[in-house]
Design a protein around this ligand. Sequence first.
Ligand SMILES: *Cc1c(COP(=O)(O)O)cnc(C)c1O
Length: 425
Amino acid sequence: MKQPDFSPETLMLGYGYKPELSEGAVKCPIFQTSTFVFKSAEDGKAFFEMAYGKPGHDGEEMGLIYSRINNPDMEILEERLKLWDGGEKAAAFSSGMSAIASTLLTFLSPGDVVLYSNPLYGGTHKFIHHILTHFGVEVIGFQAGQSRKEVEKMLVESGHARRLKMIFIETPANPTNDLIDIDMCSTIARRFSLADKKVLLAVDNTYMGPLWQHPLKHGADLVLYSATKYIGGHSDVIAGAAVGSAELIGKIKKTRTFFGTMIDPHTSWLLMRSLETLKIRMEAAAINAEQVAGYLALHPKVEKVYYLGYTAENNPEQLAVFNKQCLGRGAMLSFDIRGGEKEAFTFLNNLKHIKLAVSLGGTESLAEHPASMTHSDVPFEEREELHITDKMIRLSMGIENGRDLVSDIEQALEKVKIPEPVLAL
Ligand SMILES: *Cc1c(COP(=O)(O)O)cnc(C)c1O
């Protein structure tokens, strides 16, 4: 397909869909079918040869076979997903975790090493520590704020350097909004690549969605998404995606076909609908996040606000990374309430509109307690080191009226009684 000239938000309305193939329907119908009729036995033979990569079909268009391999809704969704990040191809999955798992298992073999940024999404942390290690892959972590020299020294001194195969990062970190320098990771990946072993850089870009950060432009090889979050955006589907070069995505799709981790036609259709409003939803949520962050920053019962607008400004190194790779301040923020778990829970239990739930990136605002919920599995010392304490509350801002969100937060904070400080005599 010819490279489009229009902006992604314009292309979300029709790109990749040919009405003449669907009775002229303006919108792509849901192709709720498991299998497709071949026009002739010869066609069926040719499609299977192409699906299995047999030679002799250069320039021919692949036909539809079976919905685990291909389906019009999945294919059109993928054509649109790749546009935001400027990738050559995209692959859509049944969940963010199946996108991550299928991608990692495509490129890793026993004996390989994965370098990852800490903290990672809980499911990814579990996957790499319990499943990858079970298959003989070694994992080693680093943190935001570590310099390239420090990370490289750690790789060399731990004896992992030669076997490094993949760097997997999440930036900004959840829930602290600490930034990891994507260009720096790309440099490390190149420095540890050998003639017969390219080190791949994969970035889980879920937190910034497809709008506010484009890792491929900073040297990443693969971008991964939980499409459950901003892409789906209505807290009503579970889905995932990978974006990158035609070569890498082609390999990932082969794994997907045999794992059966593809997205289904109905969810593909829902995501196409969601993508039409992606930009306006994310922009509205970002405006609310800025308003709420500003309110919290001045509140006497709030000790610290973790918002990209502030974390970046408080630290010159983080600010440099922010200016280089972030196109917005996001719609996720956390704050430390004065007190501990009791005060945090009082706040959460008294919210009237904002829902007490994990997940993020939906039209409605959500609040949760990382230390006892999303990050409860992270060992205590590690949590303390990462500033994920009992007094922290995480907010995902939605697209409501910003004043309503502030007044909900205001009345919940009013219910919180701050413990008297113990005076040292
Ligand atoms: C939610 C999430 C995932 C997992 O995605 P699912 O769609 O729930 O499988 C992975 N990474 C990040 C950063 C997430 O927020």
